[in-house]
Design a protein. Structure first.
Length: 473
């Protein structure tokens, strides 16, 4: 199921929760059968059966632990695990239950390339029914045989993987637009013809009047009487009346073709650039990642217009590295935007409560950016429990209105729908400030970054390699 293809919140998570029975419908019924397991987006909580999965010697559990590389100490270390490691554990528990129906909400969020391949292998072997919500186009193409495009109040089902189904929907939309355009052109021609015939009928009515005839003009009166008897005088009027019926039918045809309104999806704010040529320089350092591994950081510098990708497998310390940078840079908070990988519900509610207390001018600017990123802002006002994707849009908007000199984003495409990712790509390509991005989405990085800092394992250490070439792999 394409994640929010319509560039607005279509409540796909709600759709999965309804399917799972976690929510009840207000109208209609949902028939369920078999064992259903729902795997949510968030990874805040330890999966209920993770401890049992780790401790059991059951063959299937051992296979899953090996495939997804689940650590024996992950339950006790849950709060220190990377979100990618948490996601792997979450999905391992779901698959271990061998459900008849598996509901997955953004399963590749936080997952690195290696873990993603392991995940795809595990999901490919699943023999039950799967409902998958994802912005991962390649994953949708590999796993899906049908796609549901949520477009309230409709749900459009198309056969084929995402690429085929999306192309079919696009062709149908294009055909509808062409049909509507053709009908509108024909309607305009009918209206023009109706005006012409009405004018002709008006002239005919004037001609059949005897007021303009002289008293002795018997021939003129005879001609008018003959026209009235033969019906020639009402011909133009009847034609005009017929056209009114055709015009009404044309208007009804056009009204039956529903074309969704499209919103502007392009934005930036001028002047967001540091007056300093070098944003920061950080000396070499060594940071302990855990009891056995250390992160070796070389001396690093970032120019004001650098666009840097930070890459590496899960657990390499990318988020730790980002936090180290943030703790050592000298950029005023009002010119720094930081979007963390995850934000819990308590912080989410506080952020939205603060947003709703902003001035009308500030709120207007924020909602303009949110709208450009594909969400309808009126849905967010006075709603404290927004989706993770919408929260990211709000946080980015809050930063952008401050005209940042540096934007730091940890897995920015997680929780975002495909149109929102494309909007974000467009915005970041145009932004004049520095970018520092952690992401496993190589397509996204290729679009918006030009340098790479890669974290890789070398024996018991994690080393950072600096690559100033275009991010390609």
């Amino acid at each position: 199921m394409d994640r929010n293809r319509r560039a607005k919140r279509c409540r796909k998570t709600t759709f999965l929760q309804l399917a799972a029975g976690h929510l009840q419908v207000q109208q209609g019924t949902i028939k369920r059968s078999g064992h259903i397991v729902f795997c949510p987006q968030r990874t805040d909580d330890v999966p209920a059966q993770l401890s049992l999965l780790i401790s059991t010697v059951e063959a299937e559990a051992c296979v899953l632990r090996g495939k997804l590389r689940i650590g024996d100490d992950w339950v006790s270390r849950w709060q220190t695990l990377s979100h990618g490691e948490r996601k792997r554990a979450q999905i391992a528990v779901a698959l271990w239950q061998q459900p008849d129906v598996l509901l997955l909400d953004e399963p590749t969020n936080h997952i690195d390339i290696t873990a993603r391949e392991l995940l795809i292998e595990a999901l490919t072997s699943f023999r039950g029914i799967g409902l998958l919500v994802s912005h991962d186009r390649d994953l949708l193409d590999l796993l899906c045989q049908q796609c549901i495009f949520l477009d309230p109040p409709q749900a459009i089902i198309q056969p084929g993987n995402y690429t085929k189904a999306a192309a079919d929907v696009k062709r149908e939309e294009s055909s509808l637009q062409d049909r509507r355009h053709s009908l509108q052109q024909n309607l305009e021609r009918l209206k023009d013809e109706s005006k012409r015939r009405c004018a002709k009928a008006s002239r005919a009515n004037k001609k059949k009047s005897k007021r303009h005839l002289a008293r002795g003009d018997s021939d003129g009166r005879a001609k008018i009487d003959l026209a009235r008897v033969s019906g020639q005088d009402g011909h133009a009027g009847r034609l005009a009346k017929q056209l009114k019926g055709r015009i009404k039918h044309g208007q009804e045809q056009i009204s039956e073709i529903k074309i969704k309104k499209r919103y502007a999806t392009h934005f930036w704010i001028d002047g967001s650039v540091s007056p300093r040529r070098i944003l920061f320089t950080i000396p070499a350092d060594i940071i302990a990642l855990d009891e056995s591994r250390k992160l070796h950081i070389p001396e690093i510098s970032m120019l004001r217009d650098d666009r840097i990708a930070i890459t590496g497998a899960n657990g390499m310390g990318k988020t730790t590295f980002i936090r180290h940078i943030l703790n050592h840079i000298d950029i005023p908070n009002e010119h720094l935007v930081y979007l963390p990988q995850e934000i819990d519900m308590m912080k989410t509610r506080k952020i939205m409560a603060d947003v709703n207390h902003l001035s009308h001018e500030q709120l207007g600017k924020i909602m303009t950016v949110v709208s450009a990123l594909g969400s309808r802002p009126e849905r967010l006002l006075h709603n404290l429990d927004i989706s993770p994707g919408e929260l990211r849009k709000v946080l980015l908007a809050l930063g952008i209105i401050r005209q940042p000199h540096l934007i730091v984003m940890d897995e920015p495409t997680n929780h975002l729908d495909l149109p929102a990712i494309e909007c974000l790509e467009n915005a970041l390509r145009d932004c004049p400030c520095g970018l520092l991005l952690i992401s496993h989405d190589l397509h996204f990085l290729q679009q918006v970054t030009s340098k790479r800092w890669h974290l890789g394992q070398h024996e018991t250490n994690v080393m950072i390699s600096i690559d100033n070439r275009k991010t390609t792999d």
